[in-house]
Design a protein. Structure first.
Length: 277
């Protein structure tokens, strides 16, 4: 496939990704009285990027050879373990820091009570994130790598497109009370924080994908993230001192985001060292 056609397909893909959520919102306006946070429009927002990938791979010349659908379990066992442990480990460190400095109240947290919540969510989140990681790593990252971009450009482009896809989610789909439980700011400010958070996370997601040449460790990483950090805050298992959310929140705080960026850069170093031999 020529570079020109690859860029054309990436432009088509990006346009569909950016418009998918707004199209979903239009559908919700036409079909009112749908459940908040689980509407037909939200389903369209989630599924349309994957449908675009399937169409581009099948009918527009992208093909399926580079979709990275093989799990490669034998050669990547250690990286599956790393993918599973990253978010629980960082979250535990953040909770410890927050508890020691009095920024996080753990009086409502029970490890024994949280474990069933985690595993109950994990299966659902794993299935959901097949949709996402087939798009962000299994298509967008793969195609951008073939353009021989610098690592920094790759992280920024993937992170920005991934973030902008979330814009209608943060502005309309996500209930207001969920936003304020995470960070007491406006919807658009929450989106801007999300851009920085997801761009930092992108390094980690891209590098676990490049190390393994498989979408499945990234799917696992993403599923564990959703099953660990979201219910901690949203379901009230922990509470954070007012004004400290931006620093210590397991979802979007500066401290955990910095730790995830460091892990991503460590994964990049592991990949570059491995590629020397």
């Amino acid at each position: 496939m020529t570079k020109r056609k690859r860029i054309r397909n990436l432009i088509i893909f990006t346009a569909i990704v950016i418009l998918s959520g707004w199209f979903g919102l239009l559908i919700d306006r036409v079909i009112p009285e749908q459940p908040e946070g689980d509407s037909l429009g939200m389903g369209i927002w989630l599924v349309l990027p994957l449908l675009a990938v399937i169409a581009l791979r099948t009918f527009a010349g992208d093909g399926w050879r580079d979709a990275a659908l093989s799990p490669r379990l034998k050669s990547n066992a250690i990286w599956y373990a790393v993918a599973f442990l990253i978010f629980p480990t960082v979250t535990a460190i953040v909770l410890l820091i927050g508890y020691v400095f009095g920024w996080i109240d753990l009086s409502n947290f029970s490890f024994a009570g949280f474990i069933p919540v985690f595993f109950g969510l994990l299966v659902f989140e794993f299935i959901k994130n097949i949709f996402e990681e087939s798009v962000w790593r299994g298509y967008l990252t793969v195609k951008l790598i073939k353009l021989n971009l610098s690592d920094l450009s790759l992280y920024l482009i993937v992170g920005l497109i991934w973030s902008v896809w979330h814009l209608p989610y943060y502005m309309e789909f996500l209930p207001e009370e969920v936003i304020t439980s995470v960070l007491p700011v406006s919807r658009f400010s929450f989106f801007l924080v999300g851009v920085l958070t997801m761009t930092a996370w992108t390094v980690m997601f891209v590098e676990i994908f490049r190390l393994t040449n498989s979408i499945w460790p990234a799917v696992l990483l993403h599923a564990v993230e959703d099953a660990v950090i979201n219910p901690l805050i949203i379901d009230g298992h922990i509470s954070i001192a007012s004004g400290m959310e931006i620093f210590i929140s397991p979802i979007c705080g500066i401290i955990p985001t910095t730790l995830y960026l460091i892990i991503g850069l460590w994964l990049r170093r592991r990949r570059t060292i491995a590629n020397r031999y």
